[in-house]
Design a protein around this ligand. Structure first.
Ligand code: SAM
Length: 455
């Protein structure tokens, strides 16, 4: 499992450690994690310093001897393909510049998935042979590019998707010896964000499907949420807008949100056409925006005895939605929330939980908690009806969703913080029955519609 890193690798390691620390922080605080192929334990030490109860695992005793000087008592000598940890025993499993030097990267990822609890996260940072550094290394036949078995981006993503909702991003850095590093560094990272295919490091994050029953997990997700809130107004590195930022972005977007409807309407139309609302007596909408969907439902689909409750973090949106459905004020309410959970509805009080184009802007941890909330407030058999942006299936849609994703990486506010996601992976098959899962394209923009019944 020795990585044999060169100077280039050392720079890669520095960049990926920095990114990983941002991406993992929410889950690592107080939680258990494993650094697989920890080498000299740089990352392990950084995670431990941030409060993670972390174990470093490596096969190479020389590496571990150096690591022991940094972090004693939390290191284990073992093969990444046979991790000496119990099933579902860590919140986060991370592997940096190691997967590509193992005999069976798929087997290592599967082992990491085994030890990661439902709702936890896997992060794999791998060197990219298609990056400028990779090209130079391969032409000159220099380590580490000479030695690795490098997976194509699509192969890595496909491997990741076997274990949960997977995303991949690339990072380009300026080599440490270049002049004007203070300016070149941020510039090259911006270019890398726009051209992730050529990033020096590919970072795969996999959100494991959740299981609602474990007490330990509930405690950890509370900690993760608190960490999220404590972080305040920041963009989380692995995506998503914190509630505070979402409120600010959507206060500014206001009525302009309705200009999105040509792209969004067909998926919502399909949801409505399936007559999911005619039998509903109590509808809860998460992120109701300007109240466009509420207005349609109340006017044409929900019976006169049925009730509607919409919530949103943006005060401006709440104001617009209240105005829009004012005629139904006797049975429809819109409430401003600050993003903290639980949501303002009693257990088993609704038979529909809807959210249109909201989950695609939430941080993954938080999205998983909102799904738990949907389960709590739905009656058994009640339906969660979600629509969000997703990854394209046709060439045109793939092109468009990738461009949008690129803009999102550089300036998330320009696309309302929304990026393509996999909705279905949010639903734990032990607690939900998927009734419908469809991808609908409009003007080349792909949306996913998922309807799931609570058990
Ligand atoms: C893209 S808009 C969609 C609005 C509406 N559902 C529609 O389809 O027109 C996203 C909405 O989600 C809201 N939102 C974002 N984060 C939220 C959160 N954590 N809790 C509740 N609402 C949130 C935003 O304020 C915004 O109104």
């Amino acid at each position: 499992m020795t990585t044999g890193l060169t100077n280039i690798g050392a720079t890669t390691r520095g960049v990926s450690n920095r990114l990983l620390c941002c991406a993992l922080l929410g889950q690592c605080l107080g939680g258990g994690s494993a650094d697989v192929g920890c080498g000299t334990a740089r990352l392990t030490t950084m995670l431990a310093a941030r409060g993670a109860s972390v174990v470093g695992i490596d096969l190479d005793s020389a590496m571990l001897a150096v690591a022991a000087g940094r972090l004693s008592g939390r290191l284990v000598r073992a093969d990444a393909a046979q991790l000496p940890l119990r099933d579902a025993s860590v919140d986060v499993a991370v592997v940096v510049a190691t997967l590509e030097f193992t005999r069976d990267p798929a087997g290592v990822l599967a082992e990491m998935a085994r030890i990661t609890r439902p709702g936890g996260r896997l992060v794999a940072a791998v060197l990219n042979p298609m990056s400028p550094w990779g090209w130079i290394g391969r032409v000159r036949r220099r380590a580490p590019y000479r030695d690795g078995r490098f997976l194509a981006r699509s192969e890595l993503l496909a491997l990741g998707r076997k274990h949960g909702a997977a995303q991949i991003r690339g990072v380009l850095f300026a080599a440490e010896h270049l002049p004007l590093l203070r300016w070149l560094g941020p510039l090259s990272e911006t270019i890398g964000a726009m051209l992730p295919r050529f990033g020096a490091v590919q970072i795969l994050t996999i959100q494991r499907t959740r299981n609602l029953d474990s007490d330990a997990q509930v405690a950890t997700s509370r900690q993760a949420r608190e960490a999220l809130m404590d972080n305040g107004p920041i963009y989380l590195d692995d995506g998503g807008l914190s509630p505070e930022i979402a409120a600010r972005v959507y206060d500014r977007i206001g009525r302009l949100q309705d200009t999105q409807s040509p792209f969004e309407r067909p998926a919502v139309d399909r949801l409505i056409a399936a007559r999911r609302f005619e039998a509903a007596t109590s509808v809860f909408e998460f992120g109701c925006g300007t109240g466009a969907l509420a207005h349609r439902l109340l006017r044409d689909h929900i019976g006169p005895q049925s009730t509607y409750l919409g919530v949103d973090v943006s005060k401006r949106m709440v104001e617009l939605a209240r105005r829009r459905i004012a005629a139904c004020a006797d049975r429809a309410r819109v409430v401003h929330i600050d993003g903290t959970l639980p949501l303002p509805a009693p257990d088993r009080s609704a038979d529909r939980f809807i959210a249109a184009y909201v989950f695609d802007l939430l941080p993954p941890d938080y999205a998983a908690q909102v799904i738990d909330e949907a389960h709590r407030l739905l009656r058994p058999g009640g339906l969660a009806c979600l629509v969000s942006l997703t990854h394209g299936r046709s060439t045109r849609a793939r092109l468009i969703s990738r461009s949008r994703h690129r803009i999102w990486r550089v300036a998330p506010r320009l696309v309302g913080g929304c990026r393509p996601i996999d909705l279905r992976h949010l639903f734990d098959p032990d607690h939900w029955d998927i009734d419908e899962d469809a991808v609908i394209e409009s003007w080349g923009v792909p949306s996913e519609l998922v309807v799931a019944a609570a058990r």
